[in-house]
Design a protein around this ligand. Structure first.
Ligand code: SF4
Length: 329
């Protein structure tokens, strides 16, 4: 591991006033469950690390409009078990508990999970070419081992999946990410927070140097909806999704009045299909309708040499999640 400068500010003002160094990367660290691993592998080589663990960003509070404010330092385990989350945003709790291990969830934070890096094996091994790690070097995965990688939202420069479960649930719930930098605050809708790779896969978020995620807000819970997170993977625990679906579904008088969903494990960012959601709106739930929605959501999927199975897997995952939400509605 390379040498780096280390700072531990005690106030938010201090943390967001830090000037990024002229050379080398600047990283905030909280739980460190991704960053430290990547530093050991030589993938991340920051010249300055700012430890934010002492900042007052670890609370979960109601917002004035009836939604929920989740501090960036709230641990994944605390968020999954919070009464307001269990009561009103169960899909978020289910997604969190499906990820990693209890030990990792006790350390991992909301802000860190939003910034989680891909698990593409070539990204994590500095021997191989990787446009995300070293822009312009090429993509070893396109003609390599790509079984776990993306079939949607990819480009000829990168096909890496976003590995997070939490991000899929936050996308289905229409969360908002709040950021501060040198006294300036701004908000980023979750669907704009994850950039498609295009020809700049090293740029993953619309963040500027020094931007600190302070919290995430969820809109007020929608009365009468059922939510569910379904995750399909190679083994039952401590594994990333091959396909997942976070579903928010409301049914009254035999018709769907609310349909929001996001899919994980299949795309370069949590994947939302407004066309498929619109298709469900106002219709009576049925197996045929759900299949039609899944076909629409996967429209344009572009599998590579090893991940063609994901197209059908993702469709079945979504149909199954919608069906389970209907049964509990
Ligand atoms: Fe790198 Fe993306 Fe290609 Fe993986 S898929 S090797 S992360 S450029």
């Amino acid at each position: 591991m390379d040498n780096f400068h280390f700072s531990r500010p005690t106030t938010l003002t201090e943390a967001t006033a830090i000037t990024p160094p002229p050379t080398g990367a600047f990283r905030f660290i909280a739980g460190g469950t991704t960053l430290v691993d990547l530093m050991k592998l030589g993938v991340e080589t920051p010249s300055l690390i700012v430890d934010i663990n002492t900042l007052p960003l670890d609370t979960i509070e109601p917002t004035p409009d009836g939604g929920l404010k989740i501090g960036a330092l709230v641990r994944n385990s605390a968020l999954a078990q919070h009464p307001a989350v269990l009561r009103n945003y169960a899909v978020l709790s289910q997604a969190l508990l499906s990820g990693a291990s209890p030990q990792l969830r006790n350390m991992a934070t909301t802000g860190g999970n939003l910034m989680q890096r891909t698990r593409c094996i070539y990204f994590r091994d500095t021997v191989y070419a990787c446009n995300k790690r070293t822009p312009g070097s090429g993509c070893s995965a396109i003609d390599g081992h790509n079984r776990t990688l993306a079939i949607l939202g990819a480009s000829e420069h990168c096909i890496a999946t976003n590995p997070s479960d939490m991000n899929v649930a936050l996308t289905a719930l229409d969360a908002t990410v709040h950021v501060q930098n040198k006294g300036r605050e701004r908000t980023i809708p979750i669907q704009s927070f994850f950039l498609l790779p295009g020809d700049t896969p090293h740029l993953e978020h619309p963040l500027e140097p020094g931007d600190l995620i302070t919290h995430v807000t969820l809109p007020p819970p929608i009365p009468g909806v059922q939510t569910i997170y379904l995750k399909l993977r190679d083994r039952a625990s401590y594994e990333f999704a091959l396909s997942s679906a976070a579903v928010v579904l409301g049914i009254s008088d035999g018709k769907i009045h609310r349909a929001q969903f996001a899919m994980g494990g299949i795309a370069t960012r949590p994947w939302r299909s407004s066309e498929a959601e619109h298709l469900l709106q106002g219709r009576a739930p049925s197996a045929a309708l759900f299949r039609q929605a899944a076909e629409t959501a996967l429209h344009g999927a572009h599998p590579r040499s090893e991940n063609g199975f994901k197209v059908e897997l993702a469709k079945r995952c979504l149909v199954r999640a919608l069906t389970l939400a209907t049964k509990t509605a």
